[in-house]
Design a protein around this ligand. Structure first.
Ligand SMILES: [Mg+2]
Length: 232
C-alpha cells in the first residue's frame, strides 16, 4: 500500500545506502596487507576484521551514549583491536587508524537497489540525508559513490549538537528542508535511531531491516530497498 501525501524522503546513509560493512572490510583488508599485520599481530585477516567490528560497535555505543568523544572513538577502536592481538602494544595503531579514516570514505560500494530506488524517487519527492556519521567524511562518501546529486539537504548530527534519535536532529533537518513532519518519511537501518526516532519526531519511520532481525515494533518495515517501489 502506498503512503499518501509524502513530499520529502529523508535517508540514513551508512548501512542503508552506502554499504558500510563491505567498504569497511575492503579498507581493513587492504591495510592489513599494507601494514603486514599477519606477521606483526600474528593473526589472519578475517579474525582481525571480526575483532575490529566487535570493538568498533562497542565504541560507537559509547559514543552515541556520550561516554566517548569522537576523537577517543576514532583511535580507541584501533588501539583496542591491536592490543587484543598483541599485548606488547604494536605502536602503529594510530597511524593505521588515520589511514583507515582517510581511505574508507573513498570506497563506493552501495546496498543493492540503491541507485534504482533513488532514481525512481527522484522527481516524485525531494530526497535528503540525516546521518550520525562524521561531517568531514559523509560528503566524501557521497561523491565517491555517485550519490551526491540525489540529495537536497544533508544533515550530519554533529552540526546539531545531538545525535539521532534525539528529536532535535529531525526537527533541524525538517526546518532546513522546508518540510512538515506529516509529509515526510525517514528510512534507515537502525530501528531505534532512525525509524522510531523519526516516528517520535512526527515523521513516518521506515525501518530497513535486511538482516531480518525480529524485534517487535510499530513502524513500516522493509527487507529490501526495492520494496519502496510499492510504498512510495
Ligand atoms: Mg545506518
Amino acid at each position: 500500500m502506498k503512503l499518501k501525501d509524502v513530499k520529502h524522503v529523508f535517508w540514513d546513509l551508512d548501512h542503508t545506502l552506502w554499504d558500510f560493512d563491505l567498504n569497511s572490510s575492503d579498507t581493513l583488508h587492504e591495510l592489513f596487507i599494507r601494514y603486514n599485520l599477519e606477521n606483526e599481530l600474528k593473526t589472519q585477516v578475517d579474525e582481525f576484521i571480526s575483532a575490529y567490528k566487535r570493538i568498533n560497535d562497542s565504541c560507537w555505543d559509547k559514543y552515541r551514549n556520550g561516554l566517548m568523544t569522537k576523537d577517543e572513538l576514532r583511535l580507541a577502536r584501533f588501539s583496542l583491536t591491536f592490543s587484543h592481538f598483541d599485548a606488547k602494544g604494536y605502536d602503529r595503531a594510530e597511524e593505521f587508524g588515520w589511514m583507515y579514516m582517510e581511505e574508507c570514505p573513498k570506497k563506493s560500494k552501495l546496498i543493492p537497489g540503491t541507485v534504482e530506488v533513488l532514481n525512481y524517487l527522484k522527481g516524485k519527492y525531494t530526497q535528503h540525508i540525516i546521518t550520525n556519521g562524521f561531517l568531514e567524511v559523509q560528503g566524501i562518501k557521497q561523491v565517491a559513490s555517485g550519490l551526491k546529486s540525489y540529495f537536497d539537504v544533508v544533515v550530519c548530527s554533529e552540526e546539531v549538537g545531538e545525535k539521532k534519535p534525539h528529536p532535535s536532529v529531525f526537527k533541524y533537518a525538517l526546518e532546513k528542508a522546508g518540510a512538515n513532519e506529516s509529509e515526510s518519511v525517514m528510512i534507515g537501518d537502525n530501528l531505534e535511531v532512525d525509524a522510531l526516532g523519526a516516528q517520535n519526531a512526527g515523521l513516518t519511520g521506515i525501518w530497513f531491516n535486511p538482516k531480518q532481525k525480529s524485534i517487535p515494533h510499530s513502524v513500516v518495515e522493509i527487507i529490501e530497498l526495492e520494496e519502496l517501489f510499492h510504498i512510495l
